[in-house]
Design a protein around this ligand. Structure first.
Ligand SMILES: Cc1cc2nc3c(=O)[nH]c(=O)nc-3n(C[C@H](O)[C@H](O)[C@H](O)COP(=O)(O)O)c2cc1C
Length: 199
């Protein structure tokens, strides 16, 4: 049984005012704390990034915001991302942020791989019936390519305009249950990986 209190970074893949994915991230943030994690919540709005272009990268280097985001990930044991689905995939804001962070190889004079040995958990939200679940398969593949260990449970919230009560909690018992399981497994896995990989 892990004894370490894992640090989990939570963010949404949308910066839209009133974003459903941010509401799901709010639920996850509370649930992770209940599951015993130390939670940090960030917004990608605080990490503005140009569209990744290798010429730009060669000429100007890694943008400061990408380095800052990579440092946030490095400082945590795991991450939870709540994402919208755009055309059955992940939105460009999120893909671009992940791509930039994947280019970060150095933190000062220390060689780093920001996603290596990080447990990752995924949530989605959509106003539609399919809950954004197709996008999660793509997001899962991208994070795995970056070296993260994406856990199997996920939480997809359908009909998002009606999915939250006045306190911001999930109305649907099954979705609430999915979220509870997701957060519990993430906390356990993040603690296990850190205990295994850090002296
Ligand atoms: C370019 C674009 C593509 C979209 N494609 C999908 C889709 O494939 N599936 C879906 O459920 N919703 C889709 N939507 C609707 C989003 O789910 C909806 O705008 C949602 O509120 C966005 O997430 P957010 O509330 O977290 O910003 C799309 C929206 C946009 C702008």
């Amino acid at each position: 049984m892990p004894t370490l209190i894992p640090r989990i970074l939570v963010f949404a893949g949308s910066v839209r005012a009133g974003a459903f994915s941010a509401k799901v991230a709010d639920v996850a943030q509370r649930e992770l704390a209940l599951a015993g994690a130390e939670v940090t919540r960030i917004s990608l709005a605080d990490y503005p990034l140009p569209i990744l272009d290798e010429d730009l990268e060669r000429e100007e280097g890694i943008p400061h915001a990408a380095l800052q985001l990579a440092r946030q990930i490095l400082a945590h044991d795991g991450l939870l991302i709540a994402s919208p689905e755009y055309n059955a995939s992940l939105p460009p804001l999120l893909k671009n942020a992940l791509d930039w962070v994947s280019r970060v190889r150095w933190n000062g004079n220390r060689a780093v791989r920001p996603f290596a040995n990080k447990a990752a958990a995924l949530c989605s939200a959509s106003p539609g019936a399919f809950a954004g679940i197709r996008g999660l398969y793509h997001l899962r593949a991208v994070l795995m390519a970056c070296g993260a260990e994406v856990i199997t449970p996920q939480c997809a919230v359908a009909h998002a305009a009606k999915a939250f009560d006045d306190n911001g909690a999930l109305v649907d018992a099954q979705e609430h249950n999915q979220m509870e399981i997701l957060c519990r497994v993430l906390v356990e896995r993040a603690a296990q990986i850190t205990e295994r990989t850090e002296p």
